[in-house]
Design a binder for this molecule. Structure first.
Ligand SMILES: [Zn+2]
Length: 266
C-alpha cells in the first residue's frame, strides 16, 4: 500500500483543523450577532408601526378639526344670509343647508371620539404591560402591551450589544486574518497535490466533510475510531501502525495512527 498518499491527506486534515480552531476563537459571535440583528429589526419594525399609526391619527384629527371649522364658518355665513332672506322659501332652504353642515360636524366629532378612544385603549394596554413587567411576568406580555419607553430602551440596548459583539468579532478577525490567509493558501496547495496524487482519497474526504462533520481523518485511540469510539478490528491494527488507514465501519471516517498527525505537524 502506498502510504504517502494517506500522509498527504492527514496533512490536509491537520491544516483544516487549524482553520477550525481559529474559527472557534470567534466563540459563536457571528451567530449571536445574527440573532441580535433579528431582534433589532423586529423592535425597529414595532416602533415604526406605532409611529405610522400615531402620525395617521394626528393627520386625521387635524383634517377633522378643519372640517368642523369649515362647517362652522358655513353655518355662520348661512345664518347671516337668513337675516337677509326675502321669503320663507329662501329661509327654509338656508335652514336645510345649516342642518346639513350640523350633521357633518356631528359626524366629524364621532370620528374624533373614535380616535381618542383608540389612543386611550392603546395606553391602557401598555399600562397592563407595565404592570406585568413590574411583576416579572414577561412571558404574558404581548407585542402591543410593550410600553413605548421600554420598546425604545430595548432598541438602544440591542444596538449597543450588536456594536459591542461586532467590535469583538472584528478584532478577532483582524488578529487572525494573516494566519487564516496563510492556512488557506497552504490548504489550496495541499488539495492540488492530493487531487493529482490521490483524487479518490480527496473525494472521500470531501464527501465525509460535506455535512456537519469536520474531522474526516481521525486518530486511532485506544484501538477505536476517535471519531465515533467504535472499536477497530484487531486484524487492522498492524496495518494502521504501519502507516496505513482504515475506514471506520460505523461512521465512515478515515482512521490513521496518531504518528501520522505528528508527522503532519512537523
Ligand atoms: Zn468511526
Amino acid at each position: 500500500m502506498d502510504h504517502t498518499k494517506i500522509n498527504l491527506l492527514v496533512k490536509l486534515q491537520h491544516l483544516d483543523n487549524q482553520i477550525e480552531s481559529i474559527v472557534s476563537l470567534q466563540k459563536g459571535l457571528p451567530e449571536e450577532i445574527d440573532a441580535l440583528d433579528e431582534d433589532l429589526i423586529f423592535t425597529t419594525r414595532q416602533i415604526e408601526t406605532r409611529k405610522i399609526i400615531a402620525d395617521d391619527q394626528l393627520k386625521q384629527r387635524s383634517r377633522l378639526h378643519d372640517t368642523i371649522n369649515d362647517c362652522k364658518n358655513k353655518i355662520l355665513n348661512f345664518k347671516e344670509k337668513q337675516t337677509l332672506a326675502r321669503n320663507n322659501k329662501e329661509y327654509d332652504a338656508l335652514s336645510k343647508q345649516i342642518e346639513y353642515e350640523e350633521k357633518e360636524i356631528a359626524q366629524a366629532e364621532i370620528q374624533l371620539q373614535d380616535i381618542v378612544h383608540a389612543v386611550q385603549k392603546a395606553q391602557e394596554i401598555q399600562k397592563k404591560g407595565q404592570q406585568l413587567i413590574i411583576e416579572n411576568r414577561y412571558d404574558e406580555i404581548t407585542e402591543e402591551m410593550m410600553p413605548d419607553d421600554v420598546l425604545h430602551q430595548q432598541l438602544e440596548d440591542l444596538k449597543k450589544q450588536v456594536d459591542q459583539k461586532r467590535e469583538e468579532l472584528d478584532s478577532i478577525v483582524i488578529e487572525t486574518a494573516a494566519d487564516v490567509d496563510s492556512l488557506k493558501n497552504k490548504i489550496e496547495t495541499q488539495r492540488a497535490v492530493i487531487d493529482r496524487e490521490a483524487k479518490r482519497l480527496l473525494d472521500k474526504y470531501d464527501h465525509l466533510r460535506s455535512g456537519s462533520l469536520r474531522n474526516a481523518v481521525v486518530k486511532l485511540n485506544r484501538n477505536a475510531c476517535s471519531g465515533c469510539n467504535t472499536r477497530v478490528p484487531t486484524n487492522r491494527h498492524t496495518m494502521i501502525v504501519q502507516g496505513g488507514f482504515y475506514l471506520c465501519e460505523s461512521c465512515g471516517r478515515i482512521v490513521v495512527h496518531e504518528k501520522l498527525f505528528e508527522e503532519a505537524e512537523n
